[in-house]
Design a protein around this ligand. Structure first.
Ligand code: NAP
Length: 237
């Protein structure tokens, strides 16, 4: 339980794209920190299997179907949780895809898919879950972005990915400015992580990649907001 938890209620974290990779490790770290976890995945079978693994390790975890590219799926997930009295205190927007084509090879449907998942997914979940955080006077939003979308580094990632992550960084600032200081909204670059996306040659384990994600999810009330992090340190947008 973190310092801000009111007596009698455990905080609940929802992590998107959580059936594997950094999302799954974030679920594990937050569960180990004592939070209830909603493991959200677009494929319900994969989500249930991942949640069952965590539950076998003694964690309190619930699987939810959530395709961030589908507004109806986001709404339905929020409605199911509300109907069950589950308040989301921590939202980790982790779901992502990594199209690799350079600008002159990328087609519009690939850019559209990247924006739907890497940007609009977080837009939808923020609209679904952040208003209740504001009402309850506590919230943590962590947008899993990438240094590949950093404007100050000329957006070094492939076009459709870099554009979407740069826009996710913009969304981070916009949402952080729209909420009171009791709700912290930050972005994080996890580093180059050995997952399906990062590939086997990446130097960081999923647990190392999830470290700053979980740290931001557990920020104290005095913690930062509207900031971009890597390795628990601020980095330029
Ligand atoms: P990963 O292993 O490929 O996992 C991506 C996750 O996102 C999967 O669970 C996938 O679900 C899910 N996802 C994709 N589209 C979705 C949708 N429409 N709705 C819900 N979930 C969806 O990648 P990762 O490395 O863990 O990446 C996690 C985050 O870190 C991403 O945002 C990524 O951009 C960011 N990141 C990663 C690295 C790296 O080196 N790995 C570096 C910088 C940033 P399925 O299993 O159903 O496909």
């Amino acid at each position: 339980m973190n310092a801000s938890t009111p007596p009698g209620r455990t905080r609940t974290a929802l992590v998107t794209g959580a059936n594997r990779g950094i999302g799954l490790e974030t679920c594990r770290l937050l569960a180990e920190a004592g939070l209830d976890v909603v493991l959200a995945a677009r494929d319900p079978d994969r989500g249930r299997a991942a949640a069952a693994d965590l539950a076998r390790a003694g964690h309190r975890v619930r699987a939810e179907q959530l395709d961030v590219a589908d507004p109806a799926s986001v709404r339905a997930c929020a409605d199911r949780l509300a109907a069950d009295g589950v308040a989301v205190d921590v939202l980790v927007n982790n779901a992502g895809v990594y199209p690799t084509m350079p600008f002159f090879s990328v087609d519009e449907s690939t850019l559209d898919e990247s924006l739907q998942i890497n940007l609009l997914g977080a837009f939808r979940t923020c609209q679904a879950f952040v208003p209740d955080m504001v009402r309850r006077g506590y919230g943590r939003v962590v947008n899993v972005s990438s240094g590949g979308g950093a404007l100050t580094d000329n957006i070094p990632s492939p076009a459709a990915y870099g554009i979407a992550k740069a826009a996710l960084n913009a969304l981070t600032l916009v949402v952080s400015a729209a909420v009171p200081p009791s709700v912290k909204v930050n972005a994080v670059c996890p580093g180059w992580v050995s997952t399906d996306m990062g590939g086997p040659g990446a130097p960081l384990t999923p647990e190392q990649g999830a470290d700053t994600v979980a740290w931001l999810a557990l920020l104290p009330d005095t913690g930062p907001t509207g900031t971009f992090f890597r390795n628990r340190r601020p980095i330029p947008w």
